[in-house]
Design a binder for this molecule. Structure first.
Ligand SMILES: Cc1cc2nc3c(=O)[nH]c(=O)nc-3n(C[C@H](O)[C@H](O)[C@H](O)COP(=O)(O)OP(=O)(O)OC[C@H]3O[C@@H](n4cnc5c(N)ncnc54)[C@H](O)[C@@H]3O)c2cc1C
Length: 370
């Protein structure tokens, strides 16, 4: 009999499975799709950054990036994140910078002239920029494959095309029903990303995580003088970064309704380009490659921070990263294993991200959501 059932083989579930197996537990992973990383993990823009305002977000990302740096399959590239800070947000970003510096993570404040060396932009309305030299990109698919391989090497079993249909607690174990049978274990971890609200309903409980569709637009290859870091105009939320000879472009649509809406929203291309062109006029001459563009689901909570740790006896949730789960998965895997083994996460205090904050009406304001 397994000791821990992990539901979901995205980057988060795979990291949890690996760390639980490493801690000596017999682990079974159940994934509804035919292979791993088919949810948000395979659709992300792959960015990793320490530039957040909440200390716990900064530390989850920082420790995860340190881990990704050591995993060859992670394909970590320190291309940096450049935040362009409008005058109206100058004070708020100063506070975030002070928190980042107090925690000892590398972030530099740049003048607009210094920032122009990274990417050319119109300076109107901007106060300054910040640059994270350890920020960059990874290969989320490669990391997930690595964690699953390591978990299996340590004895974990991974079963694909086997969705959790229902689960209930009784006699000290969680009993999970799938189309192929029943599994039981003392610990059940829900790492089900955007589907966590739906999975919660199957357990008869309210887990406030819902899907919101997001688009990534890709340009055709073009000759740029050098690679651009992941650059975010905080005035509009528009971002771009180099990917080989292409640029990836994006901007979250605040009016996108929650739900499992499928396919590209080409109508959002106009507002995205409008925001992009107003800051980066050089985009004018670029052609878009529709076939290289894609969409996926953010897994959003009411305060856009994840739910971490025990929510009931033997039941843990690690979900709802609201668009920044790739960069936090490594540390989340370690913390969830600690939570199971010691009854409480040890390396970091995860209380700010426990589910009870919503039950108690406490919402955490993270300024660095893109
Ligand atoms: C367009 C886009 C851009 C993004 N950019 C970034 C970025 O730059 N940086 C970053 O850090 N994050 C980014 N994200 C967010 C990131 O992709 C997610 O936060 C992260 O992948 C979450 O990982 P996960 O393992 O929790 O979820 P998922 O990868 O979605 O995994 C959940 C898994 O659970 C499975 N599942 C669901 N229900 C069941 C069930 N009933 N039974 C069994 N299995 C089930 C699913 O099939 C899925 O495989 C982006 C997301 C999108 C969509």
């Amino acid at each position: 009999m397994p000791e821990a059932l992990v539901v979901g083989a995205g980057i988060v579930g795979s990291a949890c499975a690996y760390r639980l197996a490493e801690a000596g537990l017999r682990v079974l992973v159940l994934e509804k799709e035919a292979t791993f990383a088919q949810g948000s993990t395979g659709k992300s823009a792959a960015g990793v950054r320490v530039q957040f305002s909440e200390p716990l977000n900064i530390l989850l990302s920082y420790h995860s990036i340190l881990e990704y740096q050591k995993i060859p399959e992670a394909g970590y590239r320190a291309i940096g994140y450049l935040f362009l800070v409008p005058q109206g947000l100058a004070g708020v970003q100063e506070e975030a910078l002070a928190t980042q510096r107090a925690l000892g993570v590398p972030v530099a404040k740049l003048s607009l002239a210094e920032a122009q060396a990274h990417v050319p932009f119109r300076e109107e309305g901007l106060a300054y920029a910040t640059f994270g030299p350890m920020d960059g990109v990874i290969d989320p698919h490669g990391v997930t494959a690595y964690y699953l391989r390591e978990a299996r090497r340590l004895g974990a079993e991974v079963r694909f095309s086997e969705p959790l249909l229902s689960a209930r607690r009784g006699k000290g174990v969680w009993r999970v029903r799938t189309p192929k049978g029943e599994w039981e274990a003392p610990f059940l971890l829900l790492c089900t990303g955007a589907w966590t609200g739906e999975v919660g309903r199957r357990l008869g409980m309210h887990l406030p995580v819902y899907p919101v569709r997001r688009m990534v637009f890709a340009t055709a290859p073009a000759p740029f003088p050098h690679a651009f870091p992941l650059t975010i105009d905080l005035a509009t939320g528009f971002y771009l970064r180099s990917e080989g000879p292409r640029l990836l472009l994006g901007r979250s649509n605040p009016a996108e309704p929650p739900g499992f809406r499928e396919g590209m929203d080409w109508e959002w291309l106009g507002p995205t380009l409008e925001a992009g062109l107003s800051r980066f006029p050089f985009l004018e001459g670029l052609a878009l490659d529709r076939r290289a563009s894609w969409w996926g689901y953010y897994e959003v909570t009411p305060d856009q921070n994840p739910i971490l740790g025990f929510v009931e006896e033997g039941l843990l949730v690690a979900a709802g990263f609201s668009g920044h789960g790739v960069q936090q998965a490594a540390m989340v895997g370690r913390l969830m294993a600690e939570e199971v083994v010691h009854g409480q996460a040890q390396s970091l205090d995860i209380r700010p991200f426990r589910l009870d904050r919503f039950r108690e009406g406490r919402f955490l304001k993270e300024q660095g959501i893109v």
